[in-house]
Design a binder for this molecule. Structure first.
Ligand SMILES: C[S@@+](CC[C@H](N)C(=O)[O-])C[C@H]1O[C@@H](n2cnc3c(N)ncnc32)[C@H](O)[C@@H]1O
Length: 192
């Protein structure tokens, strides 16, 4: 199919921003599919830092990366992504190529352990500081669960308010699907 699905589109955009050896962040590790994608994209010599509030998700992801991308340096942090700036530190400001968010709850897991508008907003603010010029933030948001619509609206408001002189932002979603299709928001920090 010519038009990529939302998750594939997020990968395509992140991949365009990432070079071998870069630093990338997975803000919602979950089952580790995005973490593995980032690990493969930055390659050996690159670094990936991931956040999740569920230890089981981090354990499963570590196994996945050890099996498929063990040459990439991986740091998994059992904490909310709203602590990202503290964990990475000011030295990391302006150095991250891609920050990926896949909001909501862990498929097959506890549906109450979901991302929230407040913490997502705060993590997005931190991501902008960490992003290098030319770097990209991707956010996949779901609206079918409680709080999801409000969270997607918060992300759209946040992205829409970024100054055009410094950032390029977009939303991407299928408009003829009947049941709450996911949406992709992406932000690129302009170079120069
Ligand atoms: C849709 S899943 C992520 C899927 C994942 N990207 C993948 O590739 O499998 C959302 C994840 O966000 C996590 N989460 C919820 N609140 C969080 C927060 N404040 N910070 C980081 N992760 C959070 C959940 O525990 C869940 O694992």
């Amino acid at each position: 199919m010519a038009i990529p699905y939302v998750l594939d589109a997020a990968h395509l955009l992140a991949d365009r921003a990432i070079r071998r050896g870069d630093l990338a962040v997975d803000a919602t590790v979950g089952n580790g599919h995005d973490t593995l994608f980032l690990a493969r994209s930055v390659g050996p010599g690159g670094r990936v830092i991931g956040f999740d509030i569920q230890q089981e998700a981090l354990d499963e992801t570590r196994r996945r990366i050890q099996a498929d991308a063990s040459d990439t340096s991986l740091r998994l942090i059992h904490a909310g992504h709203e602590t990202m700036a503290t964990h990475l530190g000011e030295n990391a400001y302006g150095t991250v190529s891609a920050v990926m968010f896949n909001l909501g709850y862990l498929p097959g897991g506890d549906h109450s352990m979901t991302t929230t508008s407040e913490t997502t907003w705060s993590a997005l603010d931190a991501s902008v500081k960490l992003l290098r010029p030319g770097g990209v933030i991707t956010v996949v948001a779901y609206t079918g669960h409680e709080g999801g619509e409000e969270e997607a609206y918060a992300v759209e408001s946040w992205a829409s308010a970024l100054p055009e002189a410094s950032f390029r932002t977009l939303s991407y979603r299928f408009v003829n699907q009947p049941s709450d299709p996911p949406r992709l928001y992406a932000v690129e920090k302009r170079v120069g």
